[in-house]
Ligand binder design. Structure first.
Ligand code: FE2
Length: 203
């Protein structure tokens, strides 16, 4: 009996390993496809070639932000937000390894001036792509919702400072810093998750 059972057990084990490995490869493929589809939402066709407008840094910038994609630490008040896009030059050539530094208020309009919550820098990938995981910023007196950022094409390039805004905010029209060329666009990834996107065009 044992002689019969052992080969059966071995066959069942090998079959399980094969099925698990196949599923894992399929998952990996789905994930890769999803990423490439997500990355293709903002393509060079969406590059206007018009350099971004510089806006004031404001009073809350801090140097030394951590390098990270997820800038909202846990329990940060506000609605979850993915912001992504590409950095281009004015010839619509994507810029790999561009430095980006983001900072913003939380969902209640408060900046973390003691620590580095909602602050983080990163470098674009080989396609000029960037992505941050954050929350929708809240308003504070005199300001509509906005995300601050700095961008630099390379170590020897000058730093450009600006801000991103949100569509359909009723306070955009009363904010004297607001510029409608800096409004993010909302989209939905194939997996149903929502994101905001903006292509940053650097002179
Ligand atoms: Fe601000």
């Amino acid at each position: 009996m044992r002689k019969v059972l052992i080969p059966i057990i071995i066959v069942v084990l090998l079959a399980s390993i094969f099925i698990l490995s196949k599923n894992s490869k399929q998952q990996e493929k789905i994930s890769q496809e999803s990423n490439s589809q997500a990355a293709s939402q903002n393509t060079p066709e969406n590059c206007s070639g018009k350099a971004l407008i510089e806006l004031t840094e404001g009073p809350y910038y801090k140097t030394g932000s951590p390098e990270r994609e997820k800038i909202a630490e846990s329990n940060t008040p506000g609605e979850h937000l993915i912001l992504k896009g590409y950095v281009f030059d004015t010839d619509c050539k994507s810029i790999a390894n561009a430095w980006l530094d983001f900072w913003q208020a939380d969902g209640e309009g408060n900046y973390d001036n003691l620590g580095y919550n909602l602050r983080g820098h990163q470098y674009t990938d080989e396609n000029g792509f960037f992505r941050i995981e954050t929350i929708v910023p809240g308003q504070y007196p005199g300001r509509t919702e906005h995300i601050h950022f700095k961008v630099r094409k390379s170590e020897n390039s000058s730093v450009i400072t600006s801000q991103l805004f949100f569509p359909d905010s009723d306070t955009n029209s009363t904010d004297t810093i607001f510029d409608d060329s800096l409004i993010v666009e909302f989209g939905t990834d194939p997996d149903g998750s929502k994101f905001a996107s903006y292509n940053i065009i650097v002179p």
